[in-house]
Design a protein around this ligand. Structure first.
Ligand SMILES: NC(=O)c1ccc[n+]([C@@H]2O[C@H](COP(=O)([O-])OP(=O)(O)OC[C@H]3O[C@@H](n4cnc5c(N)ncnc54)[C@H](O)[C@@H]3O)[C@@H](O)[C@H]2O)c1
Length: 319
């Protein structure tokens, strides 16, 4: 039976793929975003399915705005992805906390006031900070090294308290380096931008180095949807794990597909562990997809190439 979902931040990268996952299987989706630029949705969803999406102009810093949207949609499931990323939170921590912390409290409170069954929200691996040692699991006490990570940690705490106080079920998901079509902003977007540059024949310099945990965006979206549909009662938090790979090997995979790609990389490692232990979510949801890095890069480059051939590839992020 088709269900109704409200997706905040659906005009962003992960949001576009969550929306695609839901509309492709026939569910009703309401999109709540402060932006009006649909380019990422256009890039990943076929027009017939995209025509079935309902748009709500919502700024989550307003509690009334998100409450109205949940009520109008009569949403039973909220997938909350709206947020500002690491560079924006660093540039303006007050604005970052308004959107990421106050905005998330607004979403959780509005959901608790409604008939919503569950909120699944984007936390982040940034809650850990650099975390010495091997792939941390969810019990590892994080010491975030960015405002963004501190804000995400606060969201997990607020979701736990709102569950205790008001009984709202929730799941926080901690992705790390999500890649794929639509990933064009944020600290770890450079590998995807390098794939796009390789397609259009432009040189690209990736601004960080070292090993990070690559998660294909379609798999990430599937994890959000599975949790929205099937999580057990409670206030859960799950890590995501994909493929933990050194930057030189990522560049080599891109060059296998585009041998003339001019990709450089350098700069610091990112203040996040190079791998997460993602075994808890896989134990809870055993059918989650797990696309290999080679396949994910191939699918991304093929989609970029198809959009480029149709004159529809947005390249503003390369300028
Ligand atoms: N992409 C990753 O690798 C990654 C990793 C860890 C966590 N996350 C988290 O996952 C979520 C989605 O990531 P993404 O890569 O799709 O981000 P994105 O930057 O592509 O999209 C974020 C969306 O949020 C919207 N937004 C911003 N402020 C808003 C506001 N006040 N009201 C309503 N909408 C607002 C933006 O318009 C945008 O469409 C974010 O919360 C992000 O912090 C992402």
């Amino acid at each position: 039976m088709a269900r109704t979902y409200l997706v905040t931040g659906a005009l962003g990268c992960i949001g576009a793929w969550v929306t695609k996952t839901l509309v492709d299987r026939g569910d009703e989706v309401w999109v709540a975003d402060v932006d009006t630029d649909h380019r990422r949705l256009d890039a990943v969803i076929e027009p017939d399915n995209l025509a079935r999406v309902t748009y709500e102009d919502v700024d989550i810093t307003s509690g009334d705005g998100i409450r109205r949207a949940i009520d109008r949609a009569d949403a039973r499931h909220v997938i909350h992805l709206a947020g500002l990323q690491v560079p924006a939170c660093k540039a303006d921590p007050a604005a970052g906390s308004m959107v990421n912390v106050v905005g998330t409290v607004n979403v959780l409170q509005a959901a608790a006031d409604s008939d919503c069954e569950r909120v699944v929200y984007a936390s982040s691996a940034a809650v850990y900070g650099s975390a010495d040692g091997d792939a941390p699991d969810e019990k590892w006490p994080g010491t975030p090294e960015t405002h963004y990570g501190v804000f995400k940690q606060a969201n997990e705490g607020n979701a736990r308290v709102i569950h205790a106080d008001r009984g709202l079920d929730s799941v926080g998901i901690r992705p790390l380096t999500v890649y794929g079509v639509g990933r064009d902003q944020g600290l770890t977007s450079d590998p995807t931008r390098a794939m796009k540059a390789a397609v259009v024949g432009r040189p690209f310099a990736i601004g960080f180095s070292g090993t990070t945990d690559y998660q294909y965006v379609a798999d990430t979206a599937a994890a959000f949807v599975a949790c929205a549909d099937r999580a057990s009662p409670g206030a859960h938090v799950y890590n995501l794990h994909g493929a933990s790979v050194e930057m030189a090997d990522v560049v080599a995979l891109i060059r296998e597909l585009r041998p003339s790609a001019e990709i450089d990389f350098g700069g610091p490692t990112i203040p996040i562990p190079p791998a997460l232990d993602g075994s808890s979510i896989r134990a809870a949801f055993q059918d989650l997809p797990s696309t290999s890095l080679a396949d994910g890069i191939r699918q991304t480059i093929e989609r970029f190439q198809a959009l480029h051939d149709q004159g529809r590839l947005d390249t503003h992020d390369l300028d």
